[in-house]
Design a protein around this ligand. Sequence first.
Ligand code: IMP
Ligand code: MG
Length: 176
Amino acid sequence: MVQIHDKQFDVCITNEEIQAKVKSLSLELNKAYKGRSVLFIVVLNGSFMFASDLLKGINLENEISFVKLRSYNDFSSLGNVLELIGLNIEVEKKEVIVIEDIVDTGLTISALIDNLTAKKARSIKVCSLLFKPNAFKGTAKPEFIGFQIPNDFVVGYGMDYNERGRNLQDIYKLKA
Ligand code: IMP
Ligand code: MG
């Protein structure tokens, strides 16, 4: 159990389970994109830890870039997506893999996909460590998913509760 701000959280996915899953996602990406060159776009802040582990297992020719988006306040999606740091790399004709910590309503990812589509990426796929199918309001779910989870609020392994808890190595969920 950990206390963050006013709330208590219990472990729900251990670092050992995360590492095994991240390894298998790297292998899956290596296989799916074999022989191709890819552009990874890491969505900050939440994805920094996942991206760092995932990318160590990648053997494809690649570029890595970052965007910083914000759609979340406290426990819920704000409903609009702010771009705090934008893309500063050429996207046209590239095979893009977006790296996300978690896809919840899908708003963040669909705003980014629209942006990449307008910039004429050749292909755009999403690799998300976590996916909340019951919260998802989008049309296409991420192509590469680590764990599907219920609508619990989670922290750790990059994810925060009001900017705390990102450095925790396990993933925790809000205590019922
Ligand atoms: P969406 O736009 O609703 O899909 O939310 C996506 C973003 O909100 C993610 O990239 C996270 O940064 C954040 N987020 C969504 N659910 C959680 C959660 O349970 N804990 C912490 N952050 C979350
Ligand atoms: Mg995120």
